[in-house]
Design a protein around this ligand. Sequence first.
Ligand SMILES: O=C[C@H](O)[C@H](O)[C@H](O)COP(=O)(O)O
Length: 227
Amino acid sequence: MSDLELLKKEAALRAVALVENGQRVGLGTGSTAKYAIEELGRKLASGELSGVVGVSTSEASEALAREVGIPTEPLDPRPLDIAIDGADEIAPNLDLVKGLGGALVREKMTEVQAGRLIIIADHTKLVTRLGEKAPLPIEILPFGFLSTVERLREIVPGGRLRMNGAQNYVTDNGNYIFDAQLPAEIDPAALERQLKGTLGVVDTGLFLGMAERVFVAAPGGVQELVR
Ligand SMILES: O=C[C@H](O)[C@H](O)[C@H](O)COP(=O)(O)O
């Protein structure tokens, strides 16, 4: 395992240390969240934790949770105590871009119900403004998707439909993703309102005002950022 992977794992361990017995936990998606799911499974198997139930944010996380022995339930209206997930960009105020792994809608639906959203990521995800390094994933309905893309291009001129080889990339929800290149000057909250008001858009990878803290895997060790 590379040094950075070891640090990502350490960041995940710090996040899982916040989980308490009997809690309902949102299980994130991606290469960093994977370490958190494995650690949660390990703690349940060893008896360090008990009574924890997971709510998965993707089919991949659900499969991993089952593999490591975490009991899971589908999302329902009850609140979650905590959710642990990765991110693609983290702004200084802990606003996030998520969804490069395609799980943005289930992640947002799950994490908005969590009392605490804990993010784990390596230091390359820190940015001074959202859109600086990564595109903004926007999940759109397959029906009339070219019309939706045209509407989106009027709002964010740069970007393209995500592909999986020669086919359109398909999310766990059966939808497509438009990866938008954000201009330098954006008001994230205004953009979110505008994008979500666009016909054919399901949701965006903007997670604004949601993260409580971030454990950042950096060469000098894991740093903790708090909103
Ligand atoms: O859709 C995917 C999620 O938002 C991931 O949490 C995000 O892409 C970060 O993934 P990773 O930890 O693999 O960089």
